[in-house]
Design a binder for this molecule. Structure first.
Ligand SMILES: Nc1nc2c(c(=O)[nH]1)N(C=O)[C@@H](CNc1ccc(C(=O)N[C@@H](CCC(=O)O)C(=O)O)cc1)CN2
Ligand SMILES: Nc1ncnc2c1ncn2[C@@H]1O[C@H](COP(=O)(O)OP(=O)(O)OP(=O)(O)O)[C@@H](O)[C@H]1O
Length: 235
């Protein structure tokens, strides 16, 4: 974005002295990140807030039986994916999530994968507006209340780095972008992890959006899984 002082330039000349400040940074430096129009970024943020509310309200309407069926169908697809792509993922760190607010419940699968030798981790907000950290979960873990009241493993559970990471979705688009609760936590986390984990978005079919209007901070997932199967082509 240009220097706000440049708005004072009202000289009427085609090239006033302050013109240089109005030239996008990437005009001079092809490697600079694309300039973001703040008005457009604001519009996108406002649109996302209303879509999050619409999609969360719709999810809250779903019946218990429907949620159960969604969780079971997604779990079946995940089992196949882990078998085909990760040879079952035995000995690998797989981060899941503890379901809140009508998210598909994959806890039975977490226990099953643990029994099969997959190392299960859960995400934790330990610092606001920072990347998530991940700690070991087993069926014996005594969960605590974390940020936003989300149950999390205790601080003495070993910290792990996931190789495969689930990201619950409020909304999603077929190009792999996600809408979460608006904290930006998964994007910050994916941006901070090297190597980046294989990211799998978990959501329902009805939460599909044509686009989420991706912004420079949005990192696409490798795959999106819904009860009807994978929604974006495997990379
Ligand atoms: N089950 C589950 N666990 C999860 C996630 C998730 O999406 N689902 N997360 C996935 O990332 C992380 C927690 N994400 C969070 C996202 C937002 C806020 C929060 O305080 N939201 C504010 C609005 C923030 C804003 O708009 O700036 C709020 O709704 O009041 C808290 C935690 C880690 N654990
Ligand atoms: N890598 C990042 N570094 C700094 N801030 C970030 C980063 N990623 C996202 N943010 C901030 O988080 C805000 C919310 O991001 P976004 O709308 O993508 O949330 P979300 O993906 O729905 O949330 P969540 O991942 O917590 O479920 C952005 O406006 C941005 O300010």
């Amino acid at each position: 974005m240009s220097d706000p002082d440049s708005y004072k330039c009202q000289s009427g000349f085609s090239s006033p002295p302050c013109y240089a400040a109005d030239i996008a940074a990437d005009y001079f430096d092809p490697h600079a990140p694309a300039a973001v129009d703040p008005q457009q970024a604001n519009d996108v943020a406002r649109w996302r807030r209303s879509e999050r509310k619409r999609l969360r309200d719709a999810r809250a309407e779903g019946s218990v039986a429907e949620r159960h069926a969604n969780g079971a169908a997604i779990s079946a697809h995940l089992r196949t994916l882990l078998d085909e792509r990760f040879d079952g993922a035995k000995g690998r760190v797989f981060s899941a999530y503890w379901p809140i607010k009508g998210e598909p419940d994959l806890r039975p699968l977490m226990a099953e994968l643990h029994a099969a030798g997959v190392i299960i981790a859960l995400p934790i907000v330990e610092t606001k507006a920072a990347p998530l950290i991940f700690r070991l979960w087993t069926p014996a873990t005594k969960m605590q209340r974390g940020d936003w009241n989300i149950p999390v493993p205790p601080p003495d559970a070993p910290e792990l780095t996931p190789e495969i990471a689930l990201a619950p979705l409020v909304g999603w688009s077929a190009d792999g972008y996600r809408l979460g609760y608006g904290g930006g936590y998964f994007d910050r986390t994916l941006a901070a992890l090297t190597p980046r984990p294989f990211g799998i978005g978990i959501g329902v079919d009805t939460a599909r959006l044509t686009t989420i209007y991706p912004q420079p901070h949005d990192i696409p997932l490798d795959l999106i899984l819904t009860p009807s199967g994978p929604q974006s082509p495997p990379t």
